[in-house]
Design a protein. Structure first.
Length: 86
């Protein structure tokens, strides 16, 4: 957990919490996303990268993605003024 807090900023953690509270991610899938993010040695982890990882994990698991959530996942870095859960 300390490594997660150190490597995933508040925007990333807030976004993952949002997805989980919306029922998009279950706790197991959330942990898989975090594991894949932490495996990115040599790269900073930002909100855009977390979104890509979430998409990859969901597609790998052949999960249906709601259109509104898909739109949220496909927004770019310029849209990072995101609700931050603290």
């Amino acid at each position: 957990m300390p490594e997660e807090t150190a490597r995933l900023d508040v925007h990333c953690r807030g976004f993952l919490a949002f997805l989980e509270s919306a029922g998009v991610l279950d706790p197991l899938t959330r942990e898989l996303v975090i594991e894949r993010a932490l495996a990115l040695d040599g790269f900073g982890i930002n909100l855009h990268r977390i979104k890509v990882i979430v998409l990859m994990v969901m597609w790998q698991q052949d999960r249906a993605i709601d259109t509104l959530i898909l739109d949220e996942l496909l927004t770019g870095e310029e849209d990072e003024d995101y609700l931050v859960l603290q």
